[in-house]
Design a protein around this ligand. Structure first.
Ligand code: UT7
Length: 337
């Protein structure tokens, strides 16, 4: 008898634009220092997409091309692409739509998911259902953000935090119990005033006034977001471990959203995990919003083994937060499932 069908990640791709903005350069733009940024946030460098007219779909396209090449997947075999982003190229068409076209996935349909830093988790959980129900065979989930397009580079409270990048995973059916197994996801619109971009949408379309008031960039009440991130990411991850009977020894890696090294450490602490069980690349890439989780998987892929238990956890604007439990489906860079 065939086992239950689960959605396994069978490959991961990533892309970071060439330009590197380091703390020295930032210190010349605003009143900050490498020492402050490293001790308060833990970021050394972030990648920035330069180039006229290049948006998030450019980042996503390259992450997907990396994924297709690594997995030897024919773009025409992809059924669906879901892109998590808060920095779409435009309101419409969707970024996923543009990525499908640019990467030659002409038989796929696509749509975007907007859940800020939790976007990849929301999109991954959604995508896994299309595989479990056998509706589609190959589904790609992209997390991509060009955060530099909505960062105010005169605001020292936010400009050191964010970077640009994209990651993508391929989901396929598995009957060995590997892949996406459980999730706890939440959203609370009461958190909106603490992390948001006020204008540019239907409430405040662009006017001279919205531009003069700097309403087209990120506004964050850092301390409130910090506290909510620590408690919610930690509590949700612990709840997910408990209901799947996982002890800290059973978990190979926490794959945390990369917003602040102190938030990552506090989350791991609540889960009873030592730091060497945390995927960390915030120092290199900063907070790439929807891209942090797939970029962690991409960065650590060689160290992963078939059967490894991973807890992915995120918190972000909305508020949105949650955790996903998955079993990794292949060894290192090989595709041996
Ligand atoms: O991914 C979405 C979710 N986002 C997050 O999870 C971010 C959560 N929040 C945070 O990570 C932290 O709150 C921040 C990194 C944003 C700020 O760190 P903080 O320890 O909460 O600092 P703070 O905002 O309380 O500021 C402390 C001091 C202030 O000076 P005074 O008022 O004490 O004189 C700030 O003006 O640090 C000052 N400050 C800076 N100093 C140098 C703020 N930004 C900077 C800076 N360089 N870049």
């Amino acid at each position: 008898m065939m086992g239950k069908i689960t959605a396994a990640i069978t490959g991961v791709g990533g892309y970071l634009p060439d330009y590197i903005l380091d703390n020295e350069e930032l210190s010349r733009m605003v009143d900050t220092s490498d020492e402050w940024i490293m001790t308060r946030i833990g970021i050394k460098t972030r990648h920035i997409l330069k180039g006229e007219g290049l948006g998030t779909s450019f980042l996503g396209e390259h992450a997907v091309k990396d994924l297709l090449e690594k997995t030897g997947t024919d773009p025409m075999d992809v059924d669906l692409v879901i892109c998590a982003t808060v920095t779409p190229d435009m309101f419409f068409p969707s970024t996923a739509n543009l990525i499908c076209y640019r990467a030659g996935m002409m038989k796929a349909f696509g749509f975007d998911v907007s859940a800020a830093c939790s976007g990849f988790l929301f999109a991954l959980w959604t995508a896994s259902k299309y595989i479990e129900t056998q509706t589609y065979k190959k589904v790609i989930v992209v997390g991509a953000d060009k955060m530099s397009s909505i960062v105010d580079y005169t605001d020292r409270n936010t400009c050191p935090i964010f970077g640009d990048g994209a990651g993508a995973v391929l989901l396929e059916a598995n009957t060995e119990g590997l892949g996406v197994l459980d999730a706890i996801l939440h959203s609370d619109g009461g958190g909106a005033p603490h992390l948001y971009m006020k204008a540019g949408g239907s409430a405040y379309p662009a006017t001279h006034e919205t531009i003069e008031n700097r309403w087209h960039t990120i506004h964050q009440d850092g301390k409130t977001v910090f506290k909510a991130a620590v408690s919610n990411m930690g509590d949700t991850s612990v709840e997910l471990m408990e209901r799947n009977h996982l002890t800290p020894d059973d978990v190979r890696y926490l794959v945390p959203h990369q917003a602040n090294l102190r938030i990552i450490s506090a989350t791991a602490n609540r889960m009873g995990l030592p730091e060497d069980k945390c995927m960390i690349n915030i120092d290199k890439f900063g907070n790439t919003t929807a891209a942090t989780l797939p970029l962690c998987l991409w960065d650590y892929e060689q160290r992963l083994k078939k059967g490894d238990n991973l807890i992915l956890a995120a918190f972000g604007g909305g508020f949105t937060w949650g955790a996903v439990y998955l079993k990794w489906a292949y060894d290192g860079g090989s595709f041996s499932i």
